[in-house]
Design a protein around this ligand. Structure first.
Ligand code: FMN
Length: 262
């Protein structure tokens, strides 16, 4: 049976298609308790490796905390203007605590089972726990949209590791990988165009040839630099504003500290 029409009209797919990041929030409009619950519940319903829930969600309600985060996250005032923020923390501390709690590190357990005495998490745990955290965040994004809220990721939460760690009391084996700001949008915005050239690769990785790169450049210039005078203005813009930026250098420095904390 051809269900094309049903797919095209599907409410979930429409919601995903029409979402855009919200960077301005309606003044004085709070997020209701029902909206908060729905968003947080949806986050907890995200797939999680082994259902181990290797993340924690820091629910930031205090204005003073958002004010400080606005500065620490590369000076983005919208973080202070948003009525709500959620920090998705990659968290293996809770499992180390659980292992300790049930006696996995006790001498008699080690003697009885022959297991290694104590192992701290490695990059393997980081890989799956990071996915847990980000997938939960994205469930929150979609749920927010469904209950009339807008949201925006703040990648700069991984900057300034020392100050963010102190502000949020983050212990070892945690990394605050994702942050969302949420609230009722000041106004509805159309969906942002997303480039798709050189994205889906049938069966194997296929490194772009010159013709594909030209197509990719043309697609991006048409979307983001519609008045571009020379080809590649969008790529140059990304190179200058992001790839070689001060904030990216700080992100790299800070992320190295977070990984040492892991
Ligand atoms: C990992 C990640 C980090 C982001 N960090 C920021 C940020 O710090 N500030 C910001 O204004 N937008 C941030 N964004 C939002 C993106 O810029 C936005 O998703 C992109 O421009 C596409 O627009 P759309 O979300 O409206 O489709 C981030 C998005 C992601 C996925």
């Amino acid at each position: 049976m051809d269900n094309t029409a049903a797919i095209q009209e599907n409410a979930t797919l429409r919601l995903i298609d029409q979402r855009s990041s919200t960077r301005r929030f309606a003044d004085g409009v709070e997020v209701s308790a029902t909206q908060r619950e729905a968003v947080l519940h949806a986050a907890t319903r995200a797939p999680s490796a082994g259902a181990m829930m290797m993340y924690s969600i820091i629910d930031v309600r205090e204005q003073a905390t958002r004010d400080r985060l606005a500065v620490l996250c590369d000076n983005q005032p919208m973080i202070a203007q948003a009525p709500w923020a959620l920090v998705f923390v990659v968290d293996y501390c809770k499992w180390i605590d659980l292992f300790e709690h049930v006696g996995c590190f006790d001498e008699d357990y080690v003697a009885r089972t022959g297991r290694q005495p104590r192992r701290t998490p490695g990059l393997g745990e980081f890989a799956i726990a990071a996915q847990d955290a980000v997938i939960a965040a994205q469930n929150a994004v979609i749920a927010a949209e469904a209950v009339g809220l807008g949201s925006c990721y703040i990648g700069d939460i991984v900057e300034n590791a020392e100050a963010v760690r102190d502000l949020l009391d983050l212990p070892e084996h945690t990394v605050p990988l994702s942050m969302l700001i949420l609230g009722v949008p000041a106004k509805e915005r159309p969906a942002t165009p997303h480039p798709t050239v050189n994205l889906v690769m049938p069966e194997r990785y296929r490194r772009a040839d010159a013709a594909t790169l030209d197509a990719q450049v043309a697609e991006m210039d048409a979307m983001f630099r519609p008045h571009a005078k020379t080809a590649g203005e969008r790529v140059l813009d990304i190179y200058e504003r992001k790839h070689t930026s001060d904030f990216m250098a700080e992100m790299g420095r800070s992320m190295e500290l977070w990984l040492k904390n892991w």
